[in-house]
Structures are given as C-alpha cells and as structure tokens.
Design a binder for this molecule. Sequence first.
Ligand SMILES: [Zn+2]
Ligand SMILES: [Zn+2]
Length: 379
Amino acid sequence: MHALTCPICNALSGFMNQRCPRCGTTVGIHLPSRALVVASEEGVQIDGRRWVRCSNWDDGGCNWMTPAEVDEDSIGLRGRCFPESLIRRQPDPDDTIAIDKMRATTLDLRLLVFQLVDLGLAVEPFWRRDGGLAFDLLSSQTAGEPVMIGHANGVITIDLAESLDAYRERLRVDLGEPYRTMLGHFRHEVGHYYEHILVETGAGAEEYLDKCREIFGDERTSYADAIDRHYKFGPPRNWRESFISEYATMHPWEDFAECFAHYLHITGTINTARESGLMLESDQVRFTMNRDIVPLQSYADEPVERLLYDWKWLSTMFNRVNIAMGARPLYPFDIPQPVVRKLGFVHRVIRETARRTPITDPLLAAGPANHPQREASQP
Ligand SMILES: [Zn+2]
Ligand SMILES: [Zn+2]
C-alpha cells in the first residue's frame, strides 16, 4: 500500500481520507499517478484532462477522482471512479441493510484495483470487453437468492454479508481458517480471473499452461468432484508440506488462486513497510540474523526467494507485534518449499506480463510528462 501524501503539506494521508489530516485540504486519489491531488469542487487539471470527484464521494465515502469528460472507450465510467465502475450488480438502493455494507466493501475493491495497477497488471473492464472484469456485490442476507463467492468468465461475485465482522468471523471459525477478510476474498477471486486470462488462454497458454499444470496440477480434473471430496473428507493430513492453506488442496484452480492472493498479501504488506521506512537491523536484535532486512523498492527483477526471505523476517516481526497486542498473528501461514515454487510461478507470470504489455490505458497509466505529483506539489 502506498504512503499517500497530501499535495499541499506532504503529510501522510490514509488510503480512505477525503481530507488531509494535517491541513484539511480536500484530497482525492488519481489512479494513473497513484497519488493524491487537490479534489476541489470544480475538479483538477492533470495531463490536459479534468478530473473530478467520483459520484460516490458523498454517499459512499469514496475519495477517488475520475475524468470529467470521457471518450467512447471510457463511457462505462458513468461518473464513477475506475474501480467502482467495475461493479456490475449491487443491491437495490432501497435495500438499506445491504447498501450499508457497500462502504467497507468498495474500499477493499479500490485497494485491490490500486494494487493490481501498481503491479502493472492491466484491468480490462466488463463494459469495454466481453469477459472483462466485473464485480457483483450482493448480500446473501437480503438478495433472496444464494450468493456464492466466486469467479466465472470475468465476473467476481462477493457476498456483502461478509463485511459484517460477526458473520465473517463465525464462518472463519466454522471452517477452521486462520485468516478470512473481505480483501482476502477479492485477492483470491481475482487470482482465478488472472489465471484464466494470463495462463489458460491467449498467448499465455502456450508459454505458461504446461508449467502451471506441472506445478499446480491439471486444472481439467472435475471441480464438482473436488468440492465433494473436500467437504466430505477434508484436506490430506500432510497438506502443510505442499500447500499454503487447506482450501488450496481442493483443486488446482484453488491452489493457484490462493497463491495469487498470498502474492498480493506479501507484496502489498512489504511495500507498506518499505514506504514507512521500516528495516530490521541485524546488529540491533537479540537473536541471530544473518543480515539486515531492507525491503526493496521493487522485487520485479529478483527471484521470488529474495522476496520470501525478506517476508519471512518481516512477517515474523509483524506476528510478534500482533501477539504483543493480544491479537491473532498478522500472517498465520508457513510457506513450505513447494509453495515457494508456486509463488515463484505467480511472480514470473505477473512480472513478465507487466513487462511485455505495459499499461497504456489513460485511465490507469500516467503519461510521461507533467507528472501530477510534481505539478500539484507547489503550494
Ligand atoms: Zn495537507
Ligand atoms: Zn469511487
């Protein structure tokens, strides 16, 4: 997560703040530059384009900016910020119980999209292309139909009821999961989407599919049988030796999605630590550490082992901090060698894709000139 700073006073501002906590300036997130800009009523001029507040600013507490005028290609935005334009279905406005849950859930959606774009992954909206990314945000408590969290042909369904702590926590305990969050659901489901478009179809199929099957298993094995088996017999007894979670053991698709989610957990958290200036100094600790842990600006050109080595030390530290507060560990997972290999594959697919097809969409990528961070930083 980026340390977003106020364009006027440079104070650290939270990811969801509409106002700088220090100087009170109204600020909004500009996705192409992944930076905060002054979000005045009339909008702000960036790279020859006027950006205004998302239409969900007042009612939904969104703090993102969106282009004021759009061409045919971006007509699907309809005044909303880019992440929220990906919402295909949401509760009726008079379903106030479900609408209530939208605020927290759309925040997680914005966090997800911000990170995907930051990793260099293209996000193709459903309103631009069949099979593009879409989100159906529905509540199992009021929808009048079963709401199954899942992914199918670009459409990710999320159960808004899971934004309720009591509801989600009960499921977590019932299912024996060490970790269950709404952001985790988003990261997992989008893993299915990217496996489909980057590994199983298109140019990726030739390059990655065999390797993917070798590492994760053959995804053509029956999914229905896998679900049956999983809920009847549970995971294999020794699952910890080769899987990141019990759920990952169910089917090769779930294994990939779990690893994709963990890749986002790990890179997002390391990035947050780095932007806070955090490092672990080996000569300052009371235990044996071979070297300092200094999170890198980018792990793009590093083997995944480097990322996971830094993460091992940092997550151990974060876990200890949480335990000191009486909370559950931040990252209650172990990464055995086979999972290192799986994460290495996810790392490779994401990095190679980002390098091969840089984002050119003006909604997502900033032009080289007039970087708004510089433009706006003059008080
Ligand atoms: Zn400020
Ligand atoms: Zn918005």
